[in-house]
Ligand binder design. Structure first.
Ligand SMILES: [Zn+2]
Length: 476
């Protein structure tokens, strides 16, 4: 059950505010009715307020991950050693097509448990094609702040289990959006999620742009992740991915585009001029051998860049601290030691993520009046000592997920003293092997219908036997 909103006083912490001046202050922070009510020294705790001692702790805005797939959490460690297009067609599409409502709900809960325990309070998520209600019910019950939607795939060469007609895809998205957008006082918001240019017809993309505009829903998609993908898009459309998205009306302030690894100068300009967000996913881009997005150039050009872990099936972690450390170090050999300041990395994981979602005035920084989405980081472990002058550096280069003690969303305590309040982490982890085995069984049973996506015998995903953990077989 969803925990109640609490009046709470976070006492004596170091507040890394991520306000426009990037202020760091030693102060108390009072939460009332789900919002930050006051920040200041020695605040008086109202009657019945819960008081959290934050001495030797950092209080930071709740971490925002602007690209995830909760539907794929259950497929962690099932799809290693492949590049993007093979990873999708051999593993991920057959697995997603084999989800039922129960396995999807479980996958979402497993992902949410991991996200909350590691300090992420808000995600932009791309679902799968079917059973979206099950995923959103898990989100509703969890307290996590969420923007996302069902995945849209209508291209003729999409696998049968995931392909819909253009009208079916759009009607389904509109119906679900009408049901879910704005739930729990706006904690859940709907997004239109065409998967990527290769899995969508041009007609679908144009109608998504029109529907998003009409209903006020943002659009989330992937682009320019992998060289083969970029080459195929160019072959089909005669232009780069981002230029194509602009042509169909899908490049504007309400668009967040995951990856943006392989862009030409014109596409960088399009992103900057349109106000679209590029979502940097360094862990996934390395794991799928996709490449390294030129984030310093995007930032210099005025593009809003946010951060995301992508999915547990390609990364294979949903840990925002892992992504921050990668984002803070990956660009330095090419750009120089000052190419990616730690405060900029933390901005990508907080206020820039909030901007990507159109929530900049509500979350992403510690400012009075904003929603109380907070992450508390303990500084007492040896790997954080001695503390330096800049807590942004501590967070990006030294801290890790296990330093998170408390995760608060909307004034609700979702992780308290390192324990999930409304989910059972041990139970979820213990049941995951059995849950994925059922999905793998269904892949084997249904794969003949999904011939284009069928895993080949040498790399097939197999039902897990006790001890064998469904590990992919060695390549021939
Ligand atoms: Zn993705």
């Amino acid at each position: 059950m969803l925990p109640l909103r609490r009046t709470m006083l976070l006492r004596g912490g170091t507040l890394v505010t991520m306000d426009p001046a990037r202020s760091v202050v030693r102060a108390d922070l009072l939460v009332e009715e789900g919002r930050i009510a006051r920040i200041g020294p020695r605040l008086r705790a109202p009657p019945k307020a819960a008081v959290l001692d934050c001495a030797r702790k950092l209080v930071i805005p709740g971490l925002v991950q602007s690209h995830t797939h909760l539907c794929q959490t259950l497929f962690r460690n099932q799809a290693d050693g492949l590049e993007l297009l093979d990873w999708l067609s051999r593993r991920i599409w057959p697995l997603e097509a084999a989800h039922d409502a129960r396995s999807l709900r479980f996958s979402a809960r497993l992902g949410i448990a991991e996200l909350l325990l590691s300090g992420t309070t808000c995600i932009l998520d791309m679902g799968t094609v079917h059973h979206t209600d099950a995923l959103l019910r898990a989100v509703l019950d969890s307290g996590l702040r969420y923007t996302g939607g069902k995945c849209l795939m209508d291209a003729p060469d999409c696998p049968e289990g995931l392909r819909e007609s253009t009208s079916q895809a759009l009607a389904g998205a509109e119906r679900l959006g009408a049901r879910w957008h704005g739930k729990d006082e706006g904690r859940i918001r709907w997004a239109l999620c065409p998967r990527f240019a290769l899995s969508c017809t041009e007609e679908l993309l144009r109608r998504v742009a029109e529907l998003g505009e009409r209903r006020g829903w943002m659009v989330h998609t992937h682009a320019s992740e992998n060289r083969d993908e970029v080459a195929r898009v160019r072959q089909r459309t005669g232009m780069g991915n981002v230029a194509f998205l602009r042509r169909v009306g899908l490049c504007g302030p309400a668009t967040a585009i995951a990856h943006c690894v392989h862009l030409d100068a014109g596409e960088v300009r399009i992103l900057a001029e349109s106000g679209a967000t590029a979502v940097h996913c360094p862990g996934a881009n390395l794991k799928l051998a996709s490449g390294i997005a030129d984030v310093p150039r995007l930032l210099r050009s005025g593009v809003n860049v946010a951060l995301g872990s992508d999915s547990a099936a390609c990364n294979n972690t949903l840990d925002a601290f892992h992504e921050m450390r990668l984002a803070g170090t990956l660009h330095l050999p090419r750009g120089g030691a000052r190419a990616m300041p730690a405060s900029e990395v933390l901005a990508m994981a907080t206020i820039r993520g909030a901007r990507a979602l159109g929530l900049e005035s509500e979350i992403g920084s510690l400012e009075v009046g904003k929603k109380a989405d907070l992450t508390v980081v303990d500084l007492s472990a040896p790997h954080l000592a001695p503390s330096g002058p800049d807590p942004h550096s501590t967070l990006v280069y030294s801290a890790c997920k296990t330093d998170v003690t408390d995760t608060i969303v909307d004034g609700r305590w979702l992780v308290r003293d390192r324990k999930l309040v409304s989910l059972d982490a041990a139970d979820l982890a213990g049941r995951a092997a059995a849950e994925v085995a059922k999905v793998l069984d269904r892949v084997i049973r249904t794969s003949p219908r999904d011939r284009p996506a069928r895993p080949d015998p040498e790399r097939s995903v197999r039902p897990r036997r006790a001890g064998s953990a469904g590990a992919p077989r060695k390549r021939g």
